[in-house]
Design a protein around this ligand. Structure first.
Ligand code: MN
Ligand code: MG
Length: 636
């Protein structure tokens, strides 16, 4: 028979687990002001999106796991005309309760993070919105220039969990936020001289121990940043995988990429990333898509022993508004009531007629050089730039060009994600479809060399067309956002796809020998490296968004505080007053250099392109593909 001392030995080897309660975290990310189930760009209800549509899913997830916490992971202020109307209220001196913050308060959000788009309307507006939140909004890698944290870096939620025997145990949940440091480029107009950003991992290594020392039992990172492969580079935009390796971080909500984790194919095969069970370096993690299409549900099995709390196992899953059990759901009544007035004013705003167009404007063939949609934006930017230069007393300047990209051109947005405006009256909704982002106009000075690099970076949207390759070759890279395909109006050029792309999709120079932009001309004369141009573009690009320029470039010569969309509205309204309408015509300032003999090049566009093929494009229809896109073959 063994004595009591011997019996005690096993528990000394493995510390005795006292309790194993569960904690459920519910997360949204990248809501982009999708409060109500409504698509303002189409001006019709859309039951698949919106925080109000998610509310029943949140309620059910809570009822299954009492004591669940609700987190939002940032990018909640911007992304639809509703956000523009709310911001315009503030600018015009009539700020009301912000519809998204109101909804989050009503649903009992426990904590939130700052996303990069929170800065789009400026700091005064953001501060105004943050003051309305009844829950902490945290960010650990941003400071005001006086050294103070931009908002509190982290917060401790005094929570409780229930033990298996029903007793309640206090649990202090630490919540810490992170935002891509690239906000300094993307919103330099608003942030320069006011805010400083820090590397995400560096900030975590400093702040997480402080959060632990302040008493957090577990630490949840609200990481408005995504998951990518490869060795970590300081300052990296998508840092969630590296953040998971930081000691003291227990669980993560990722975002910014608008994808689902676990599950999206983009995350397959990345070292340390379990894309089935939803862990990063073994730590529970989730990315709940975007626009209020889904909630992420992170179930944690906790254990407490002599050393404190830890997570012993977890389940990560997503629940969508489109799931069968969600179909009968009604949007949350309290949110719908509280946001009705702002919704109504947004409808009035998007339905307002501002001018007229004599031809349909669509982006179905924008990636083949059919530029009419971008031409309107480019012309409007030129008008604004001339006005800005005159105001600045810069009448004697280098040639003025204008850069614009097709914002809606399929890709990840799907086969319906195109601008498509019928001839006739133009409403604000139409213009919002042409120009999605709350950017402002900037005029930059670039050399001929930099202008060429700008176009090389843009031309990375195309796959290399290999001579003699057997079988069809896809023209457009699906993972390359079309907002990085800038066309510079005022220059003429060919794009030669026999050359590799100089840059990858993030703007990193990967093929220094690559030269796709050939026969680059300005008013018929070849562009030399030492030439100088001014280019009207937006604050995002001018600030370095997309990495189109060398460090320190480009020089910003003038900038407007008006949104590009408002500038486009003025342009259309002026044309209406002068000649009754705008007459958008594709300018065809670029073409592909002839493809190699026998190359079978396939272009995919939306099904709405059917029968609207521009006469001067040498293409033949193949038919719909499995993803719902319409395929064309480019004739040599
Ligand atoms: Mn986002
Ligand atoms: Mg984001």
């Amino acid at each position: 028979m063994k004595d009591a001392t011997e019996l005690a030995i096993p528990s000394m080897r493995a510390p005795k687990v006292l309790v194993m309660p569960k904690l459920r975290l519910i997360a949204t990310s990248d809501l982009h002001i999708h409060v109500r189930p409504y698509d303002y760009f189409r001006d019709e209800p859309d039951g698949t999106v919106g925080l109000a549509a998610l509310a029943p899913l949140i309620e059910r997830a809570r009822s299954e796991a009492p004591g669940a916490l609700l987190f939002d992971n940032g990018d909640f202020l911007q992304g639809s005309p509703l956000g523009d109307v709310a911001a315009a209220d503030f600018t015009s001196g009539a700020p009301g309760p912000h519809p998204m913050i109101t909804a989050m308060n009503l649903l009992g959000c426990d904590a939130g993070a700052i996303g990069n788009h929170e800065f789009n309307y400026g700091l005064a507006f953001l501060d105004h919105c943050l003051r309305q939140a009844a829950f902490p909004i945290v960010c650990a890698n941003l400071r005001r220039v006086d050294g103070a944290h931009f908002v509190e870096p982290w917060s401790i939620l005094e929570h409780a969990v229930t033990d298996a025997d029903g007793s309640s145990l206090p649990l202090r949940v630490g919540v810490i936020g992170f935002v891509p440091p690239q906000v300094m480029q993307w919103d330099s107009v608003h942030l320069d001289g006011h805010v400083l950003a820090e590397d995400i991992v560096e900030a975590a290594r400093r702040e997480v121990p402080l959060l632990r020392a302040a008493g957090a039992d577990i630490v949840v990172a609200l990481c408005h940043s995504g998951i990518v492969n490869g060795a970590y580079r300081p300052g990296q935009e998508n840092a969630a995988a590296a953040l998971a390796e930081v000691d003291g971080v227990d669980a993560l909500v990722a975002g910014h990429q608008h994808l689902r984790f676990p599950g999206a194919a983009e995350f397959d095969g990345i070292a340390g990333v379990d894309n089935v069970n939803g862990t990063l370096s073994g730590k529970p993690a989730i990315m709940p898509c975007c626009f209020g299409m889904a909630i992420g549900v992170l179930d944690l099995d906790l254990a407490r022993d002599e050393t404190g709390w830890r997570i012993v196992s977890s389940t990560s899953s997503l629940r969508f508004t489109t799931d069968a059990e969600s179909e009968q759901n009604e949007p949350d009544a309290a949110v719908m009531t509280a946001t009705r007035a702002c919704h109504k004013r947004t409808l009035d705003y998007v339905r307002e007629t501002v001018g007229e167009t004599d031809t349909p404007i669509h982006s179905y063939f924008a990636l083949l050089g059919d530029n009419a949609a971008m031409e309107i934006v480019a012309q409007a930017q030129l008008d604004e730039a001339r006005m800005l230069l005159a105001q600045a007393g810069l009448s004697d300047h280098p040639p003025l060009l204008s850069a614009a990209a097709p914002f809606k051109a399929g890709g990840r947005g799907g086969p319906l994600y195109y601008s498509d405006i019928t001839a006739g009256p133009l409403t604000m909704r139409d213009l919002a479809n042409l120009y999605l982002y709350p950017n402002t106009v900037c005029v930059v000075r670039v050399s001929g060399r930099a202008a060429r690099e700008w176009l090389e970076r843009s031309a990375g949207i195309f796959n290399r067309i290999k001579p003699g390759a057997a079988g069809p070759q896809r023209l457009v890279r699906q993972d390359f956002p079309s907002y990085h395909f800038d066309v510079i109006f005022g220059l003429d050029y060919l794009i030669d796809l026999s050359s590799p792309a100089r840059h990858d999709r993030d703007g990193v120079l990967v093929a220094p020998q690559g030269r796709r932009i050939v026969d680059l001309r300005h008013e018929g004369r070849p562009v030399r490296d030492e030439d100088e141009f001014l280019v009207a573009t937006n604050n995002y690009r001018a600030g370095g968004g997309g990495t189109f320029f060398a460090p320190g470039e480009p020089e910003i010569v003038a900038s407007s505080t008006d949104l590009v969309r408002d500038v486009v509205t003025r342009y259309v309204a002026r044309a209406a007053a002068k000649v009754g309408r705008i007459e958008p015509r594709p300018r065809r300032n670029w073409r592909f250099a002839p493809f190699a003999e026998g190359a079978n090049v396939i272009f995919h566009t939306g099904p709405g392109a059917e029968g609207r093929e521009p006469a001067d494009l040498a293409i033949e229809r193949i038919g719909p593909d499995a993803d719902g896109f319409l395929a064309y073959r480019l004739r040599p």
